[in-house]
Design a protein around this ligand. Structure first.
Ligand SMILES: [Zn+2]
Length: 486
């Protein structure tokens, strides 16, 4: 018998019932609630059943053990390829030998996730319905979350550290937030983001976290004062804003290119030397104004502030019903993807718009496995318009659990031949992926990758990760006492 697969990442210990832990549901609507399985997704499930039965018999292991191994993961990608076409790099040999997977992906890229969240410890936030997001994560491809009961502890700092750094290959992360009218409803107020940075960098004894501050320019003067406090007292490293979110009384949101409302914030940021302005665009949350979530205000702001970088979180992807329609029609010809294509068109029209970057947070996660054709199409278009050095790795973890399933999917995703031939899209080479995974964000956030690659292997978080793996990676264990007192 060949060597049994030993790698257990990607699969949770429990809940692998008779139903397969395949990611089998499609792009969400704006409430992030995944709709029913499509016919294709049912076929993926059926195919995976077949592969798992055959491979586990041949290996002489139980079907459950097989699905928990790295071979089980390869099986899922093989099943997807058999239904959707050759979207993922995977070999049948990987079903039987974990070494085949290691051989296929020998290089460990520097992964800098610029889009991550957690909830302030002790808080319960139901608007937006954050705990339900874990179900969406399960439906989009995070097998660790399938069939699991989610509890608020899953959202707090200790689980954030576990899911980001112990359960995944992420090297560095940006912790970000979501403003609220009152601190008690704020997922993670700026002072808490800084606390997270202090704790994790302190624990690692090296820099693993970069922290955002929050800005909401529709609040006027008081927001400028808040920015000043966040800069002086907290030393925040970039700003995150939500133009679609109404915070001021009577507001329906704000526009990035509003000279009276938004420009004073950029002017102040420029003065204090913070160059990166990050904005949530696309994926409107319930109760938000749809129009203000569109990225039509990006080009003028970018043009008026050429010294600033504008990082468009979610790449402006609208999601929801328009996307379902596009998927039904298939992507046979060049197709407009709201509002990713709008941004791409604006960039192509203006060769000077080089200070705008596309973040993949959630946009990649919700499509990579449920709709790989759409995912590859959007990547192809973004790279064509913005360049392979302007697309940034973000996962919006830990809303959807550990980012590892997204990392695996991006490592394996390839540009379909048809898109290369018909649309002129670039292949997703290892070199392109290395840039997107981390080299681009490192440049934008001023991180010295060479120094990081030297420091991280010896830091304390790497040691923890090793101990944790040696102990069998008890993923459902919620005793995270090791962080306390640091
Ligand atoms: Zn986010």
């Amino acid at each position: 018998m060949k060597k049994k697969n030993t790698r257990t990442r990607w699969v949770q210990k429990c809940d692998l019932g008779p139903d397969l832990p395949v990611p089998t549901q499609i792009v969400s609507n704006e409430e992030f609630a995944p709709p029913d399985q499509t016919e294709d997704q049912k076929r993926v499930e059926h195919k995976l059943n077949e592969i798992a039965d055959e491979a586990s018999k041949r290996l002489g292991v139980s079907r459950r053990d097989f699905l928990q191994s790295s071979g089980g993961m390869a099986a899922a990608f093989l099943a997807m390829n058999s239904v959707f076409g050759e979207f993922f790099k995977v070999d049948a040999a990987e079903l039987f030998e974990s070494a085949a997977t290691d051989e296929k992906f020998p290089k460990k890229p520097f992964i800098f996730d610029i889009h991550t969240h957690h909830v302030e410890t002790g808080k319960v936030i139901n608007d937006p319905p954050l705990l339900n997001y874990r179900n969406a994560g399960a439906a989009w491809g995070n097998k660790d979350l399938v069939g699991k009961e989610h509890v608020w502890e899953d959202m707090y700092l200790e689980n954030y550290i576990k899911e980001m750094f112990l359960d995944s290959d992420t090297s560095m992360a940006v912790i970000t937030g979501l403003p609220a009218k009152e601190d008690k409803n704020n997922v993670l107020p700026p002072a808490e983001m800084i606390e997270t940075r202090t704790k994790i960098n302190g624990l690692a004894d090296s820099q693993r976290i970069v922290a955002h501050g929050l800005f909401s320019p529709d609040l006027g003067r008081s927001d400028l004062e808040s920015m000043k406090r966040q800069h002086e007292d907290l030393k925040v490293e970039a700003w995150k804003g939500y133009p679609g979110q109404p915070l001021a009384d009577g507001s329906v949101g704000w526009w990035m290119d509003d000279e009276k409302v938004a420009y004073p914030a950029y002017e102040y940021s420029k003065k204090i030397g913070i160059r990166n302005i990050c904005v949530h665009k696309g994926l409107p949350l319930p109760g938000w104004d749809l129009d203000h979530s569109s990225p039509k205000d990006v080009p003028k702001a970018a043009k008026d502030f050429p010294d600033m970088n504008f990082l468009i979180y979610h790449a402006g992807f609208q999601g929801g019903p328009p996307i379902m329609q596009i998927l039904q029609g298939g992507l046979k010809t060049r197709t407009r993807i709201p509002w990713v294509s709008d941004l791409c068109e604006a960039r192509k029209k203006d060769p000077k718009m080089t200070n705008v970057y596309m973040d993949l947070g959630t946009t990649f996660g919700m499509t990579a496995i449920t709709a790989p054709e759409l995912c590859a199409y959007m990547l192809g278009e973004m790279i064509e318009a913005f360049g392979e050095d302007h697309v940034l790795w973000g996962t919006d973890s830990i809303w959807w659990g550990s980012p590892q399933w997204q990392i695996e999917a991006f490592k394996r995703l390839q540009m379909p031949e048809r898109f290369i031939k018909d649309f002129g899209f670039k292949p997703l080479t290892d070199e392109v992926k290395e840039k997107i995974f981390g080299l681009n964000s490192a440049r934008v956030y001023g991180i010295d990758v060479k120094a990081k690659l030297k420091a991280i292997p010896d830091d304390y978080v790497t040691k923890l990760k090793k101990d944790y793996a040696d102990a069998g990676g008890a993923r459902s264990n919620r005793q995270y006492g090791w962080i306390r007192g640091s």
